[in-house]
Ligand binder design. Structure first.
Ligand SMILES: Nc1nc2c(ncn2[C@@H]2O[C@H](COP(=O)(O)OP(=O)(O)OP(=O)(O)O)[C@@H](O)[C@H]2O)c(=O)[nH]1
Length: 771
């Protein structure tokens, strides 16, 4: 988790005394159910220790000033991979350019999986690094080290975007010059906001007929609600695009050479864009004045900011998340990618400019977080943000937040307390590795041979810090998976590996049918794993019909007072629990919408039995009694109870909570929820009414539509259950010219008739269920 805009260097050095205080935990169990078990007893006064402070050395300052960790994210097919390929080429990281779905059949460097190259989509985010000699606003050259993560655009692989943004300091938001802000752009925008990631916007595909960057900028301002202004205007349009006018340095910038590798700069602004460029420079200053005091004052005094003032203001406002500078070009036509690289160096933050925090596991979860300082001398805190099974074993991607790591060094796994040696330390270049001996704070690397899950923290053992992990959305779709022939060990081996790599991929065995059920973020998501199972593990599988992941929730509170008592000759079971269940809103930061709160006073239930109660609650949530689907949006508050010195046990309390939950569930007026998707269709204008009619016939609600010269976009909310078979339906409706993307929006109650149907179907499968 990052804190807000960084005037944070001051806060890093805040006097320790202000953090050394008695602090009272009162609602510590509310926020994070999974962390709840580790929390200290409530209402205890806890002393916050005084943590040592670390200052950045001059060496740290210099290194971090020239370091950037950035991501490239966007709606599908906006050109992220194509852009990254250019970046790698111009920075000298690769010797030649290969296109996504290119005729040379090589495929883009960052799409290294065979499946990615075949389908022409990015499935896994890939990490790489490069050096760039940037030209600054004075025209001086400076060398920067840039770590880049290219993320997938398909919503099915959204966890990859979450993972990347969690550890990146800045991002490039790529938009198509024709389609503008699309549904997935909004999702990426939301993710960037969640992790406070400053962003540069890059309007790609300026060579396409109908390209209109000004409409796109307007959409950034109105739809994404972030002040934005162009730092460039194009020279030439569509096919004739030659370069851009740099509005900050007031220069014309052209690409020359077969691959646009030579940058030619000129002080002469072409006459046909001069007036327009002057107007857009004015617009840039006015937009900045809205968010930056210094420019605001200059504007009031009617003074023109100079290049340094303008650059500094753009940087300040971008890093403070108040503004997005907009660049434009065409990745495929090799135009204006180098100025974007200069922009990354000039305007995106250094690792020292974003604040990162950890939690001290010795304190309750709601204790104030501890700021981390990217100083080499500080004790190590690193976050494993992605796992990947490679040719040489498990590869763990790490972001080092403070301190450093060395090959051969021992590091501590914060969750398990295990000490592990780093056998091999590498920097990643897509699927190739470069061995290194040492990695400093603020950098990204990968290590081999360390067993952990994604989201785990590593330290040098001197602190008990852990970093909060990322938002993991719940699956929306599931299907039964059966290996053809005998089930061999590779079947479960593959499933275990996929589960570890991807927290949005879930596996369980259905208790009734005994079938293996896999769940995920969409049909494509699951299809990719079934295919990987075949290719990487040699296991051929058949799959059942995809099923929507229904959920249940409660709509009102209900109290319980329940005694679990059993006397069967030997030791008996006794546990009494009193409390309530109530509806719970989702926590935007953690994604949690279920929680267990212990408010038992005076030891009426001994502390040692509380974990049993909590376990019982989470088990009860696994299957709601309306339809057998998991229950979400529910908090249990345990207020009181009673125990017996001989007959009580953790098991008795676990069963007591389950019994209580079963007994009062219906009093809390449960309903069945279904996933609602945002569906965006782009198709030639002549098919507009057919497409809208098609969405209406699937009970969709049209929430936005836009008609451009030749094509239109329609955005609708449709229940996922009504979307099966839509791809071929749309193909038929639009002679194959329509495209659609779909992403999960929210869960909503199903219609009463559907609820009755699902309930009846569930009862039929449950001979023991109450009829
Ligand atoms: N006209 C035009 N096409 C482009 C440009 N950049 C990329 N494309 C094309 O757009 C398509 C998608 O490009 P990708 O680079 O795979 O897009 P992506 O955003 O990485 O795709 P996903 O990772 O699948 O979301 C390819 O056919 C590219 O050749 C551009 O500047 N102009």
């Amino acid at each position: 988790m990052r804190l807000g805009p960084p005037s944070f260097l001051a806060s890093l050095r805040a006097p320790t005394s202000c953090r050394s205080a008695l602090w009272q935990s009162s609602h510590s169990l509310r926020r994070n159910a999974s962390a709840a078990a580790a929390v200290k007893p409530q209402d205890a006064e806890v002393e916050i220790p005084s943590y040592p402070t670390y200052d950045l050395s001059d060496k740290d300052h210099t290194r971090l000033r020239f370091q950037r960790n950035i991501g490239v994210s966007a709606h599908i097919d906006s050109g992220k991979t194509t852009l990254t390929e250019r970046i790698l080429y111009y920075t000298g990281r690769i010797r030649d350019i290969h296109e996504v779905r290119g005729r040379d059949n090589v495929g883009a460097k960052m799409d290294s999986m065979d499946l990615e190259r075949e389908k022409g989509i990015t499935i896994q985010s890939a990490a790489t690094f490069c050096d760039w000699i940037a030209t600054n606003h004075k025209g001086d050259k400076e060398k920067y080290a840039i770590n880049i993560i290219d993320t997938p655009g398909h919503v099915d692989f959204t966890i990859e975007v979450e993972r990347a943004l969690r550890v990146l300091d800045g991002a490039i938001l790529v938009l198509c010059a024709v389609s503008g802000v699309q549904s997935q752009t909004t999702t990426v925008d939301r993710q960037m906001r969640r992790y406070n990631v400053p962003r540069i916007s890059f309007i790609n595909k300026m060579d396409r007929p109908g390209a209109n960057p000004w409409r796109v900028i307007n959409q950034i301002r109105t739809k994404l609600k972030i002040p934005a202004a162009a730092l460039q205007v194009p020279i030439g349009v569509e096919d004739e695009l030659k370069g851009v006018v740099d509005l900050v340095r007031w220069k014309s910038v052209y690409n020359e050479g077969a691959k646009g590798q030579t940058i030619i700069e000129s002080d002469e602004i072409p006459a046909d864009v001069l007036e327009f460029a002057t107007q857009k420079r004015r617009e840039l200053i006015e937009q900045l004045a809205e968010v930056d005091d210094e420019i605001g004052e200059l504007l009031i005094m009617d003074e023109e900011p100079n290049t340094t003032q303008l650059t500094d203001a753009i940087r300040r406002a971008t890093v403070a998340l108040k503004f997005s500078p907009v660049f434009m070009g065409s990745a495929v036509k090799n135009t204006s990618v180098q100025p974007l690289l200069d922009g990354i160096c000039a305007y995106l933050p250094t690792p020292a400019e974003v604040s990162a925090v950890a939690h001290d596991t010795n304190l309750p979860v709601s204790a104030p977080p501890v700021p981390l300082v990217p100083a080499e001398t500080a004790p190590l805190v690193a976050l494993a943000f992605k796992l990947e099974e490679g040719r040489f074993g498990q590869l763990t991607y790490m972001r080092v937040y403070q301190g450093s790591m060395r090959k051969g060094q021992f590091i501590h796994h914060a969750r398990t307390g295990k000490k592990v040696k780093i056998p091999r330390l590498v920097r990643m270049h897509s699927n190739e590795l470069e061995d290194i001996d040492h990695i400093g704070p603020g950098e990204i690397c990968a290590i081999f041979g360390v067993d952990c899950s994604s989201g785990d923290t590593f330290t040098d053992g001197s602190s008990s810090y852990t970093m909060t992990s990322m938002f993991v959305p719940d699956p929306v779709i599931s299907l039964a998976l059966n290996p053809v022939g005998q089930e061999g060990p590779n079947f479960s081996r593959a499933l275990n590996r996929f589960k570890k790599e991807d927290p949005t991929f879930r596996v369980h065995v259905d208790k009734e049918s005994k079938e293996t059920i896999i769940s995920g973020m969409g049909e494509l998501h699951l299809e990719i794993y079934v295919e990987r199972m075949r290719r990487e593990y040699g296991v051929e599988c058949t799959t059942g019909k995809p099923l929507v992941a229904f959920r249940e929730t409660i709509t009102q509170s209900a109290d319980f007072s329940y005694t679990h008592k059993k006397q069967t000759g030997g030791a008996g079971q006794f546990a009494r629990v009193v409390g309530s269940i109530e509806p719970m809103e989702i926590d935007e930061e953690t994604g949690k919408d279920v929680g267990f709160e212990n408010m038992v006073m005076a030891g009426n239930i001994p502390n040692s039995y509380i974990p049993g109660c909590e376990k019982g609650f989470y088990e009860a949530l696994e299957k709601g009694s309306l339809s057998g689907n998991p229950v979400s949006g529910c908090r249990l508050i345990l207020r009181d109870g009673a125990f017996h010195s001989v007959d009580s046990s953790e098991l008795a309390f676990r069963l007591a909570i389950q019994g209580a939950f079963r007994e009062i569930y219906n009093n809390a007026k449960p309903v069945i929820l279904e996933p609602i998707m945002t569906v965006e269709v782009v198709a030639p204008s002549e098919f507009q009414s057919a497409v809208i009619g098609g969405l209406n016939s699937r009970r969709g609600t049209i929430i936005d539509s836009e008609v451009r010269e030749d094509e239109f976009t329609a955005v609708a909310e449709v229940a996922l259950n009504d979307m099966f078979g839509y791809a071929s339906f749309l193909r038929g409706q639009t002679q194959g010219k329509g495209e659609f993307s779909m992403e999960y929006k929210k869960h909503l109650p199903v219609m009463p008739d559907v609820q009755a149907e699902l309930n009846a179907a569930y009862r039929k499968t449950m001979p023991t269920a109450k009829k």
